[in-house]
Write a new protein. Structure first.
Length: 287
């Protein structure tokens, strides 16, 4: 019997059979708290350390592919990080940190990344990067960012608590993660998207309520929560019409209008159905 890893409830429903890479893993939802999680965890630190997520990756191509998101994040926080100490946990290809170094005027920028190949690449690129929390220098961070990381963590509460010890008194933890109630799942019930988005490295998918609960259990207080729509209306149209991603640049480009996307995002936000959650938290108490 599966037990919810958040509330320990046993009223569990299977919402999807298999993930895009594993037919032997089901996607479950707790009917008591709403947490979406996998029936089995098959990833561990070794999976990420040995580059199984990015095996054979061309890092410059990887950076090109993520540049738009990394720039969006940098521009959002550029004014807040002036003369601040920054930690990017799960920094990946380092694009976000590199933009901060070049244009952000931060006091110090540090990344943590399990992937050894990525760490070596980032260090050669001039970024200060470590493989785990224990290696961090004895400083407190004004901002700790986790961009699309928390959904990979088998013990998110434990990791968040450990990070809390490295946050300055007035410091912030910023978390960006996929929304379990994404419109393609909750409103349109697009099976092709479900087959694509459920993936064995994504151990948990959160909505506003379950992410809040995890943060509170870790001794953190949510001071801001919002939803953002990263992908345009054309993306949803292509998923619904073709069962494929890429709407807005591969197809339906003529419908990719900024004003339309802005209004569509507002409707999704009102219904808590955007594709992305963005939370800011502080320490509830000194740790």
């Amino acid at each position: 019997m599966n037990i919810c890893r958040l509330c320990n409830g046993n009223d569990i429903a299977v919402i999807h059979r298999g993930t895009r890479d594993r037919a032997d893993i089901d996607v479950l939802r707790c009917n008591q708290c709403g947490l979406v999680f996998l029936s089995r965890i098959v990833t561990d630190d070794n999976f990420y350390t040995n580059s199984q997520m990015h095996e054979g990756t061309n890092f410059e191509k990887w950076r090109e592919n993520t540049f738009r998101d990394d720039q969006r994040r940098f521009l959002k926080y550029r004014d807040q990080i002036q003369d601040k100490t920054i930690l990017d946990f799960g920094c990946g290809n380092g694009n976000f940190l590199r933009q901060i170094q070049k244009y952000g005027n931060a006091k110090r920028t540090i990344g943590i990344e399990l992937d050894q190949e990525a760490v070596n690449y980032l260090r050669k690129d001039g970024l200060e990067c470590y493989e785990n929390i224990d290696e961090l220098p004895d400083i407190k961070f004004d901002f700790v960012f986790l961009f699309h990381v928390i959904e990979h963590l088998p013990e998110p509460e434990k990791l968040l608590h450990a990070l809390s010890k490295h946050i300055a008194v007035q410091g912030r933890i910023i978390i960006e993660t996929p929304n379990a109630d994404d419109a393609l799942l909750s409103i349109y019930q697009c099976e092709k998207f479900a087959n694509f988005t459920y993936w064995s490295p994504h151990i948990y998918l959160y909505n506003e309520e379950t992410l809040t609960q995890i943060l509170v259990k870790a001794g953190l207080k949510v001071i801001d929560q919002r939803q953002e729509q990263r992908y345009p209306l054309a993306n949803h149209l292509r998923w619904l019409a073709r069962g494929l991603p890429g709407g807005g640049y591969l197809e339906f480009q003529e419908l990719n209008e900024p004003k339309v996307n802005e209004e569509y995002a507002k409707i999704l936000e009102k219904n808590k159905a955007c594709d992305t959650l963005l939370f800011t938290a502080v320490r509830e108490r000194l740790i």
